[in-house]
Design a protein around this ligand. Structure first.
Ligand SMILES: *[C@@H]1O[C@H](CO)[C@@H](O)[C@H](O)[C@H]1NC(C)=O
Ligand SMILES: *[C@@H]1O[C@H](CO)[C@@H](O)[C@H](O)[C@H]1NC(C)=O
Length: 525
């Protein structure tokens, strides 16, 4: 068999179909999985009525309905929430003595320059063996790691681009741990934040001071906010309370925007007096618990929380979407991460070194705050940190009993007033429907990293005019582990390379086959 025939067989029978299917799936995965923002629905579903279409006119409208309703029934507020991209960088590369990939060659040159040519045979012997045993394997590891980092950036970019294109969010948030380490130098920090904006979230824009300082509300769905990215601070960006200082916060805010702010949005309605509003509250939870290295920063953050959740309250119908990095307290066993605290040694300040959840007292302070003094405001909390993700319902008494009220007035935590369960079991046990209880949904968004399947969270909010209340619903969309992304692109690359080879080989064979025939023809003529 000719080489060209072998190549075309290989391409057509073995590579083309998998490459086409893989590529189509990878680039349209949100469509194939039916991902999308949950659509508004009535909380108390009416029994479905089935009426026969009575005239051709209504038959036509009935046929068109599924297509027309899609646009009209979209939720007005659609938040794309991504968690923990954790961009790695040079700290995860194997160490090098020099910047060069082959330090033994440099050492050899130094040796000769210093000691003259008499040492050459010995130096060559030593450095040659080190070249083979150390340099080559280090160089391979370094370039493999660099390729990994590059591929990882493109994979994350693919997740963001695909879901954003397909689902059309009105807002985008990245819920902290944007970078992989808080202990990197300024140069590396600049390089990674450059990759964040230039490669992974290309086209996204940082929240500027002018975007959030206005005080008023903006219309939901404006093009401007579709490009903005609310990039939150996580422990790998600025450190935990025992670590955070002004310098770390300063460089973070310069690159990614403020760590604490609120932005309020209203429905695009002009009719009526009170247009329903929704408030996004971004809270830096890295420095809310004690002990902290910088107590002034701790006081400032707590003061911000108190102001936004207890003193400067929006209208009662206004709901809060609280975005933060660390999940709220819940007992072990509800989510993958249970409660956990670790502290620095006294010699290093004794502050918080690591935490899985906020403390119970701080969590209850937040929960009591978001449901408001009437204890019935609708709110939802989104965070990251626990890479596996978790969906929880925090419930509490709608009315506080007298003991709990007195404890609150004395400034103590009422204690045990909040109860967390997995969202599905809260729904199944009718905790959510229980009229004597109220509650808050908390979604810990699963990480967007490849090893967690490239997850994207989709939170919808819509106004329930009947109940005069905002409604929330969460869904998610998974791309699949990064190996799928790699496999599809490598397959495509191989296919293209073989295609080019086939064209070349066919051309050569054509010339070679034609050659003798032409000369034969010449002879016979
Ligand atoms: C708000 O509604 C008006 C009138 O229906 C429409 O022209 C405009 O595009 C809407 N704005 C947004 C941001 O959706
Ligand atoms: C509602 O919750 C209260 C307090 O937890 C409980 O005592 C009561 O039985 C619940 N009601 C229903 C109908 O589940």
């Amino acid at each position: 068999m000719k080489l060209s025939a072998f190549l075309s067989n290989l391409i057509i029978h073995f590579l083309l179909a998998p490459a086409l299917i893989g590529t189509t799936y990878l680039y349209l995965y949100p469509l194939f999985q039916g991902c999308g923002f949950p659509e508004p629905r009535s909380q108390t579903p009416e029994p479905a009525t089935c009426q026969a279409p009575s005239s051709p006119q209504s038959l036509l409208t009935a046929l068109q309905a599924p297509f027309q309703s899609r646009e009209g029934s979209k939720a007005p507020f659609r938040l794309l929430a991504l968690a923990d991209p954790q961009l790695e960088g040079d700290t995860s590369l194997p160490p090098h003595e020099d910047e060069t990939p082959f330090p033994s060659l440099v050492r050899l040159r130094h040796e000769i320059a210093e000691h003259g040519f008499s040492r050459v045979p010995h130096a060559v012997r030593v450095e040659t063996s080190r070249f083979w045993t150390e340099d080559i394997s280090n160089a391979i590891r370094t370039y493999r790691k660099k390729l990994d980092l590059w591929g990882n950036d493109l994979y994350l970019a693919h997740v963001y681009r695909s879901v954003r294109w397909w689902a059309d969010p009105t807002h985008v948030a990245v819920l902290g741990d944007l970078l992989g380490s808080q202990w990197i130098g300024d140069e590396e920090f600049t390089s990674r934040s450059g990759r964040f904006w230039g490669r992974v979230f290309k086209g996204g824009q940082k929240i500027e001071f002018g975007d959030i300082s206005g005080g008023g509300s903006e219309v939901m769905g404006e093009a401007k906010w579709k490009r903005k990215i609310m990039a939150l601070a996580g422990n790998h960006d600025i450190g935990y309370a025992g670590d955070v200082d002004d310098a770390r916060i300063g460089r973070f805010e310069e690159a990614f925007g403020s760590v604490n702010y609120e932005a309020t949005f209203r429905l695009n309605e002009t009719a009526g007096e009170d247009v329903p509003e929704l408030r996004i509250l971004v809270l830096n939870s890295m420095i809310l618990d004690e002990p902290a290295k910088d107590t002034r920063l701790l006081d400032d953050t707590r003061e911000y929380l108190n102001r936004k959740l207890y003193f400067e309250l929006p209208a009662p119908e206004t709901s809060t979407v609280l975005l933060t990095h660390i999940p709220l307290y819940k007992e072990a066993g509800i989510c993958v991460d249970g409660p956990f605290f670790d502290y620095f040694d006294e010699a290093y300040g004794g502050g918080i070194k690591e935490q899985n959840h906020l403390s119970q007292a701080m969590s209850e302070r937040i929960l009591d705050g978001v449901i408001g003094p009437e204890r019935d405001r609708a709110a939802v909390i989104l965070n990251g940190h626990d890479h596996s993700g978790c969906h929880v319902y925090h419930s509490t008494q709608r009315m506080l009993d007298i003991e709990a009220l007195m404890a609150r007035e004395a400034g103590e935590s009422p204690g045990d007033t909040w109860d967390a369960t997995r969202f599905e079991s809260a729904a199944a046990q009718a905790t959510i429907a229980n009229k004597s209880l109220t509650g808050v949904e908390e979604v810990t968004v699963r990480s967007m990293m490849g090893s967690y399947g490239g997850n994207a969270g989709l939170l919808s909010a819509w106004w329930d005019a009947e109940a005069k209340r905002w409604r929330f619903e969460y869904a998610h969309c998974m791309c699949g582990v990064q190996h799928i992304w790699w496999a599809v692109h490598v397959l495509d690359l191989v296919l293209v390379a073989l295609g080019i080879l086939w064209v070349g080989v066919s051309a050569v064979e054509l010339v070679r086959d034609d050659g003798p025939r032409v000369s034969r023809e010449k002879k016979t003529s």
